[in-house]
Ligand binder design. Structure first.
Ligand code: DGL
Length: 257
């Protein structure tokens, strides 16, 4: 039976996990949330790379996963190329999948991206958009406080609403399609929608589909397992992840790499 490894800097990757579970109902899944080190997006690129490789080495060499899902944009930008070259298994990231989907959906080729400071600094979204279509205009907004607030458990109050407004209204009015360029953001999509009325792209669905194209559907199994490994506060992780996934999480193992 196959095992798919999924990782993120914390709980955000559950937005990708949710789609992976739909496409791969019969495979074992191991999820690693490196919440002790979240947010990755505030760190130097070299540091992010080192953290990511510790997690991916754990999944590939210790847990023997058969495919790796980088359920984090920041990690995809910092380390996907290295991981693809390093491991002999299929590796899928989120950025290219979000980009392709957004290009399909935009009507006026004015695209917005909200992401972590590191993702914006690496410019991976603009580069991927322009590689596919040079006539596109990309507007990027960094949202430095979102990941921290989501990891803590988002409170929908005046203060958080003002912050969402402050970030989202930086996008020019002509943007018709917005990519959630951080896997944490789908967890607050309904609050983002208050200030962005166009099409919202969450790369998760396409990412799961693109892995399916690479490895196909798993063989039928009656009782596939999902194991969670979390480096930070397991209770906080569990509460947020359960609410988003809409299922119970029975076991989380605290694991500091
Ligand atoms: N979910 C990660 C991403 O997609 C957040 C990174 C962070 O921890 O800042 O970029």
């Amino acid at each position: 039976m196959r095992t798919i490894g999924v990782f993120d800097s914390g709980v955000g990757g559950v937005s990708v996990l949710k789609e992976i579970l739909k496409e791969f109902p019969y495979d074992n899944i191991i999820y690693f949330g490196d919440s002790l080190h979240a947010p990755y997006g505030d760190r130097e690129i070299e540091e992010i790379r080192t953290l990511c490789l510790k997690v991916s080495d754990f999944l590939v060499y210790k847990k023997n996963v058969n495919a790796l899902v980088i359920a984090c944009n920041t990690a995809t930008g910092a380390a996907m190329d290295i991981m693809t070259n390093k491991y002999n298994i299929p590796v899928v990231g989120v950025v290219e999948n979000g980009v392709k989907e957004a290009i399909k959906l935009t009507k006026n080729k004015r695209l917005g991206v909200v992401a972590t400071p590191a993702t914006i600094k690496m410019n991976i979204y603009s580069k991927s958009f322009y590689a596919l279509d040079k006539s596109i205009s990309v507007y990027q907004v960094q949202c430095p406080l979102f990941v921290r607030m989501i990891e803590e458990g988002w409170n929908d109050n005046l203060e958080s609403d003002n912050l969402v407004k402050e970030y989202i209204t930086q996008l020019p009015k002509e943007v018709d399609t917005l990519v959630l360029g951080c896997t944490h953001y789908p967890l607050i999509e309904k609050y983002i929608k208050r200030y962005f009325k166009g099409t919202i792209v969450d790369p998760a669905k396409q990412t799961a589909k693109s892995l399916k194209n690479m490895i196909g559907e798993g063989e039928y199994s009656k009782s596939p397992k999902i194991d969670f490994f979390v480096s930070g506060d397991c209770d906080k992780f569990k509460k947020i992840a359960q609410e988003f996934l809409g299922t119970r999480i029975d076991s989380i193992e605290k694991t500091i790499l």
